[in-house]
Design a protein around this ligand. Structure first.
Ligand code: FAD
Length: 522
């Protein structure tokens, strides 16, 4: 039977390595590539202007690529459960395809849409391509227990073998018998979103450093993969949080929106590594993709993953409620130039280095301000181009020493840490130009500069730039004691992996066992 099919783009905003899209093309006569602007996901409070611009650019790029295949993107506004029944009827749909998404909201949304599809006689096909592995399968392989350490995760993945290889993008030939009905009316009804649409003030947008879209993702990937020496010697802890241009790939926004497939990224790295000496996980670039997989697995296996309460592996901490401190952190007014420069870069560019994220996350939580990590999570979700439900929650838990990482006594200094990689404070001068005339000796601690130096720099601390909101040396020691008390109260089994009820290791042998048996036979 030739189908009339909707392929529902959500994440996975690409043509390459898109198995659900390929499934849509099978026995298809009419294809409707759809993107839904779901107000639950796309609203002004949780999507900042930069991330919105990234999405708008990505959809434009996707539409362009589809048009080259004689198709187009249909952008639909509304809640998926309201939108789909109308589309099923209007386009006489018989098949719906999409990429599997593990976020709790997505799972419940997809369940509702699948029920509606069945009621309308529509077949539903979904495929896994957002992660390297089938996350449920990873948990099964560990006897239904969620791995809580990277080492455990590596052992499980070893037994599963390497991730699947990516598949190519559809070609004009693949689309030969497939039509997309498009009319003047469609153009208006399903037009691409605009920057203004979400209601942000678009008059002062910052320069777009990282434009959205699959084409840009693949270009950036190519560019990095040509630097074979850099790729092979990449060690994350050796990269700098405060270099003037990024010291890591900045592929995260593209992976988050699915403009770049994680498997494509993985296998391109494998090609570069081939026959060469190279770094290894956890510090290598392969290792970075495994961190992503690790946090995705944790997010699937641990209920209430983005919250402290009801999260069985998260240490329950008596965080303070302090709206003034929180606002000062969010608005880059803490009085610590290193912290304020990072928060400024975040707001302006939508991306900051991993260790910069460490610095500001530690500062907000256990290090200095003692504010709940969920508050930081919300700010990152709004401002990061790569804002990702699982990775944001997982990393915030790590940095606040709530889950995964327990060395709460190791605190980042908001003064000394940045100096290690930027003695002169050039990064601070770039993002906080009003401090640029401070000599290197005071750029991390301008409040210590004599009045004459402040006057010569044209910036008086307490008037033109705030004094530090806390005394780091004092407060961090006090906070360590508070964390110690929280840890003392932790239930004895808090660090135990939660089990998935039906999680039973499959009888089916792992690929590596099969390979070993084959070897033996030889
Ligand atoms: P590279 O070093 O070039 O790494 C390549 C890819 O590996 C990244 O693109 C990303 O997909 C993945 N990756 C790297 N580090 C991590 C990590 N620690 N955890 C998971 N995946 C990783 N990353 C997000 O993508 N979205 C988030 O919302 C997010 N929130 C974070 C919040 C905090 C508090 C912290 C400390 C980290 C967070 N990270 C998040 C993880 C990490 O900082 C970014 O993925 C990384 O900095 C992106 O830059 P890059 O692409 O240059 O990374």
């Amino acid at each position: 039977m030739a189908h009339s099919c909707i392929h529902w783009f959500r994440k996975g905003l690409r043509l390459h390595d898109n198995p659900a899209l390929m499934a849509a093309l099978r026995d298809c006569k009419e294809l409707y590539p759809v993107f839904i602007l779901d107000p639950y996901l796309y609203n002004k409070a949780s999507v900042g202007i930069n991330r919105w611009r990234f999405l708008v650019g990505t959809l434009k790029d996707l539409d362009n690529s589809l048009r080259k295949l004689n198709s187009r993107l249909f952008v639909v506004r509304g809640k998926p459960e309201d939108v789909f029944p109308k589309l099923f009827n209007k386009w006489k749909v018989t098949k719906l395809t999409y990429e599997y998404d593990t976020e709790p909201y997505s799972l419940s949304r997809d369940k509702t849409v699948t029920t509606l599809a069945k009621e309308h006689g529509v077949d539903v096909i979904y495929k896994i391509s957002h992660t390297l592995y089938d996350i449920e399968r990873v948990i099964e392989e560990n006897n239904g227990k969620t791995p809580l350490t990277y080492v455990k995760m590596q052992a499980i993945l070893k037994s599963l073998g390497p991730p699947k290889k990516p598949i190519p993008a559809p070609t004009v030939e693949d689309m030969e018998d497939v039509k997309t009905a498009s009319s003047e009316k469609h153009e208006k009804e399903h037009e691409l979103p605009t920057l203004e649409e979400l209601g942000h003030d678009t008059t002062d947008v910052f320069e777009e450093k990282f434009p959205g879209g699959e084409q840009e993702a693949l270009r950036r990937l190519d560019e990095h993969m040509q630097r074979t020496g850099w790729v092979c010697s990449f060690e994350k802890p050796q990269t700098s949080p405060n270099s003037l241009s990024p010291s890591t790939t900045v592929l995260s926004p593209y992976v988050t929106f699915g403009c770049l497939s994680a498997r494509t990224f993985w296998w391109r790295l494998t090609e570069v590594y081939q026959g060469k000496k190279h770094s290894d996980p956890p510090v290598s670039l392969h290792g970075q993709l495994l961190w992503r997989e690790f946090f995705y697995t944790a997010s699937v296996g641990i209920p209430n993953f983005n919250k402290m309460e009801g999260n069985s592996v998260c240490t329950q901490v008596d965080w303070d409620t302090n709206p003034e401190y929180l606002a000062a952190w969010r608005e880059a007014r803490t009085g610590f130039p290193y912290i304020d420069a990072i928060m400024t870069q975040l707001r302006q560019e939508g991306w900051i280095h991993h260790l910069a994220r460490h610095s500001v996350a530690c500062f907000l939580t256990r290090g200095d301000l003692y504010i709940n990590w969920e508050e930081g999570q919300k700010v990152f979700e709004e401002l990061l181009l790569d804002g990702d439900w699982a990775l944001n929650a997982g990393n915030w838990q790590w940095l606040s020493a709530s889950t995964f990482f327990h060395q709460f006594f190791r605190v980042y200094s908001p003064v000394a840490f940045g100096k290690k990689t930027d003695k002169n404070g050039d990064y601070i001068k770039k993002y906080l130009p009003f401090l640029k005339k401070f000599p290197a000796a005071y750029i991390y601690e301008p409040w210590k500069a004599p009045r004459s130096v402040q006057e010569a720099a044209g910036c008086i601390v307490g008037k033109d730039y705030p004094r530090p909101i806390v005394e780091h040396e004092v407060i961090s020691k006090k906070n360590i004691q508070r964390m110690k008390a929280a840890y003392a109260k932790r239930s004895a089994n808090a660090s135990e992996s939660p089990s998935k009820k039906q999680g039973v290791k499959r009888k089916q042998p792992a690929i590596t066992d099969v390979m070993k048996k084959k070897e033996k036979k030889k």
